[in-house]
Write a protein that binds this ligand. Structure first.
Ligand code: VGL
Ligand code: ZN
Length: 208
């Protein structure tokens, strides 16, 4: 039997987009809300970004983008230390992350009184949500990678699936906060249960 039938690799095609979730300084080890091994996603993620750009496929970026007194911060009664405050150095993309030549950037969590883990309705500077971009550019299948598996990656994936998009989660290019040690496993199970495909970047057929 053809081994390719046993181990199908995912091939990129028209209508695919890569969504790079919250690869920001504050989520890296040592950052305000540092995620264990968060920096280990950079190398595989950059390889995938390069492959998408080479094939002229869309690469979209979300960022957590909070006002100084955001409701998710502990001083306001929320669960998190202050992080990703708008225009702060901690909110900047990690310096090692490849940015597309004219990156499309969608911000979430900008409204003081709302937590927003999902990037699905995140807005660009002009207020247009990511969901409108997906529709306008006829993007039907999203490859999702970034931080954090148990928050933004999970919530975004579940929203995309509810809206009927194909989702492929790049597991080696994601890391979890794991407030509870099982959070990552639970997030992966929920995403798979929603119909998302979980694959490693090494299964993308983008390596020579
Ligand atoms: C996130 C925790 C707090 C995320 C955002 O984007 O995954 N996690 N704020
Ligand atoms: Zn946040």
């Amino acid at each position: 039997m053809n081994p390719a039938l046993l181990m199908p690799s995912v091939t990129l095609k028209t209508g695919d987009a890569l969504l790079v979730v919250d690869v920001q300084h504050d989520f890296m080890p040592g950052g305000a809300l540092g995620i264990p091994d968060g920096d280990r996603i950079i190398t595989p993620l950059n390889r995938v970004i390069t492959a998408f750009l080479r094939q002229h496929l869309a690469v979209l970026y979300s960022r957590d983008w909070h006002p100084v007194e955001h409701c998710s911060f502990q001083a306001q009664g929320g669960p998190w230390p202050p992080h990703c405050v708008q225009h702060s150095s901690g909110a900047a993309f990690d310096a090692r992350l490849h940015l597309a030549p004219r990156p499309l950037i969608f911000s979430k969590g900008q409204h003081q009184a709302e937590e927003q883990y999902s990037a699905f309705l995140a807005e660009d500077g002009a207020g247009h949500p990511l969901s409108a971009t997906l529709r306008r550019q006829d993007l039907r299948r999203l490859f999702v990678a970034g931080l954090a598996t148990d928050y933004c990656v999970q919530n975004t994936t579940l929203d995309l699936r509810r809206a009927g998009y194909g989702v492929i989660v790049l597991t080696d290019a994601c890391r979890a906060v794991n407030l509870d040690p099982d959070d990552e496993g639970q997030a992966l199970r929920r995403m798979a249960g929603s119909g998302a495909t979980l694959v490693a970047t090494t299964d993308l057929g983008i390596y020579p």
